[in-house]
Design a protein around this ligand. Structure first.
Ligand code: NAD
Length: 244
């Protein structure tokens, strides 16, 4: 059953958080919409805007390899929000980590806003736009180099520079995956927020949770069932700004 953001649910959630000792947050693009970064599947998300190709295709490894210039046109235009600031959700998670209640943020986001908010233990399942490397020599490049480049960004060695972002068809980093699984499986509270739970293998990680309280805070119901959870159907920044 789905609830709105009621005082009763906020009280339930606050009680869960007050009792938490090893809380983990698992999030997605919906965590950053209140910072002005569009998600993929909301009504005004990237999947509902029109391009010559669907976003899944543009953001795939094959497309990157064979239509690199078009990949970068889309990427510079739609994936880089370098001035975005953390919202109440990012800030609250960082505060809970400082208080010793939250052990990790596991995120599908690539925007770096959890770190900007002060979170330290962040597992970026899909990488980050803030790191970029030459595919030939490995030289690192700043995101500003990508933003201000024209066409395909090239290294001084002539190689193509690629964002450290996991594209469709690419595998996740094994260490990040293992650390995320360890934190989730050892957590007493798991809060899932701002994710449609459509993208695998990331979405499957929530199945490793074996703790006391599962909470889902999302606009609309995620694709994957999360039996036994406290569901709060609302904007995560608005919900978190009402919590201690
Ligand atoms: P998604 O777009 O599939 O789902 C987002 C979910 O969040 C939807 O269910 C939506 O209703 C909900 N939502 C939107 N705003 C919300 C809010 N303020 N509060 C609560 N819920 C809200 O995103 P996903 O599940 O993360 O999966 C898609 C992929 O999107 C991920 O792999 C991620 O790498 C990528 N992505 C990342 C960013 C980013 O870094 N900010 C932005 C777009 C896409």
């Amino acid at each position: 059953m789905w609830y709105n953001v009621t005082m009763e649910n906020l009280d339930k959630l606050q009680n869960i958080i007050d009792g938490a000792k090893r809380m983990v947050f698992f999030g997605g693009a919906g965590v950053s919409t209140e910072s002005g970064i569009p998600d993929f599947r909301s009504q005004d998300g990237l999947y509902n805007t029109k391009y010559a190709y669907p976003p899944e295709q543009i953001l795939s490894h094959t497309f990157f390899c064979y239509q690199t210039s078009e990949f970068y046109d889309f990427y510079r235009d739609k994936m880089l929000y370098l001035d975005a600031q953390p919202n109440a959700a990012h800030l609250k998670l960082a505060e809970w980590e400082r208080q010793g209640k939250l052990t990790a943020v596991v995120t599908q986001n690539i925007d770096g806003l959890h770190q900007k908010a002060g979170s330290k233990n962040v597992f970026e399942l899909h990488g980050s736009v803030w790191r970029n490397y030459c595919t030939r020599c490995g030289k690192p490049y700043a995101v500003q180099d990508i933003l201000h480049s024209k066409g395909v960004p090239k290294c001084s060695c002539g190689g193509i520079v690629k964002p450290d972002v996991v594209l469709y068809e690419e595998g996740l980093n094994g260490d990040i995956l293992n650390d995320s699984i360890r934190h989730i499986s050892e957590a007493d509270v798991l809060i899932i927020g701002g994710t449609s739970l459509n993208v695998y293998p990331a979405a499957g990680l929530v199945d490793y949770f074996n703790g006391d309280h599962l909470v889902v805070i999302n606009k609309g119901m995620p694709a994957k069932s999360t039996a036994g959870a406290l569901y709060i159907d609302g904007k995560i920044g608005e919900v978190f700004s009402q919590l201690k």
